[in-house]
Design a protein around this ligand. Structure first.
Ligand code: ADP
Ligand code: MG
Length: 395
């Protein structure tokens, strides 16, 4: 059984919280604080109960060495604002600054450690190397709380190894994520529709095969559509497409029952990824030379809307177009509206998909659950064992 923070007396206890604070930064400022907000319930509760709180997290991919561009300092500042509490920032992760800040912690106080990935040991494939780093992290605390859902599919020192070294509990975010995603793995209310889009296409093909085994229909948009259009022999112009994805798409089409995979029938195309570029709607099987698909077209949006209106369960991962630019946001907006106006139990996964909802002004409360984890939520509903969750089940 996974214990939660409610199972522990935490007053005065040093609690190491692994959070997912991997937020987009824009010129040193937090551009989207969704993941910080999602971490607040656990942090605020621990604070109210008088724990000495040590927050650790990663930001971006600094490559195992300190790099000021990936400092968590701006994140600590935003967290302080949201918590309404001073957050002491340690300039290193497990070094003298971290140890001094932790030693000075009062009950209810909060310290944030510098980016875990400034140390190559955090993500190392070598168990011993990760173990040594986990020893240092564990040495800072008496209890470990896992609340960084977006990282639980990684066997990283702060996600996995540290839980082997300290009493451990799931935070409220991890608890809520697991409860919601579990509804997509058993007793699924049908029809079960999956909407897949976005740009991390190669990563998502891993999940596509197993989703075909679970979902009644998979609606495909975003850059995910191009390998399928190419596999069917249609031109894709200059659309985002890696050659190796075409075989994967062909294999999915082979595996699917007829009609199970729904592709765009029309697309918004332009010569470049720019709001100012002239754009128009074309048939999806006739992308002109020199043009790229940047959104699903209105006919596709209407088809997807109709399908989603009849769904019992929906899982959505990946925007339908380049929603960051207004001319290519309509498809993503249509899908979001269709899901929220329907009666399906809905889960949205994917960092950029969550950011799209916030950018387009769609209330997260209108969905059953908005997951903070992209890869983690996909792997969960694929039925894979996630190291950071499995380790919480151990005594
Ligand atoms: P998530 O984080 O939700 O899993 P991804 O990271 O896979 O989503 O992809 C998000 C990105 O996909 C967005 O920045 C969006 O601009 C981009 N995108 C969506 N459709 C297209 C397209 N047709 N061509 C290029 N990029 C696209
Ligand atoms: Mg993304």
């Amino acid at each position: 059984m996974m214990k939660t923070i409610d199972d522990f007396a935490v007053e005065g206890v040093r609690v190491l919280v692994r959070a997912d604070l991997n937020v987009p930064l824009d010129g040193g400022h937090v551009a989207d604080d969704g993941r910080i907000l999602a971490s607040l319930p656990t942090l605020a509760t621990l604070k109210a109960r008088g724990a000495r709180i040590i927050v650790c997290a990663h930001l971006g991919r600094p490559g195992g060495k300190p790099d000021p561009r990936y400092s968590l300092a701006p994140v600590a500042a935003r967290l302080a604002g949201l918590l309404g509490e001073r957050v002491e920032f340690a300039a290193d992760t497990t070094g003298p600054a971290a140890r001094a800040a932790v030693a000075a912690l009062r009950p209810g106080g909060v310290v944030m450690l510098e980016n875990l990935r400034f140390d190559a040991a955090e993500t190392s494939k070598d168990d011993a190397q990760r173990g040594r780093f986990a020893d240092q992290l564990a040495g800072l605390a008496d209890l470990y709380v896992s609340d960084g859902f977006g990282a639980v599919h990684r066997k990283h020192a702060s996600v996995y190894d540290v839980a082997l070294r300290l009493p451990h509990a799931a935070g409220y975010l991890v608890q809520a994520e697991v409860a919601a995603l579990a509804r997509l793995t058993a007793n699924i209310r049908r029809p079960y529709l999956v909407v897949l889009g976005g740009a991390k296409v190669t990563d998502k093909f891993g999940a596509f095969g197993s989703l075909l085994g679970a979902a009644d229909r998979i609606l495909v948009g975003g850059a995910m559509a191009f390998p399928f259009l190419a596999a069917l022999g249609h031109p894709t112009g200059t659309s985002l497409l890696a050659a190796d994805q075409v075989d994967a798409a062909a294999a999915c089409l082979d595996k699917a029952v007829p009609g199970q995979i729904e592709l765009p029938s029309d697309l918004v195309v332009a010569a470049e990824v720019a709001a100012s570029a002239p754009h128009r709607v074309v048939a999806a099987d006739a992308i002109p030379d020199g043009q790229m698909g940047l959104d699903i077209g209105p006919e596709t949006a209407a088809r997807f809307t109709a399908a989603l209106g009849e769904a019992g369960t929906v899982f959505w991962n990946g925007p339908m177009g380049v929603f960051e630019l207004t001319p290519y946001a309509a498809g993503t907006l249509a899908v979001a509206r269709a899901i929220t106006e329907g009666s399906a139990f809905s889960v949205v996964g994917g960092g950029d998909t969550g950011a799209a909802l916030r950018a387009l002004g769609i209330a997260e409360e209108a969905f059953g659950h908005v997951s903070t984890g992209g890869g983690a939520s996909l792997e969960f509903i694929e039925g894979k064992t996630l190291p950071g969750l499995a380790v919480l089940e151990t005594p």
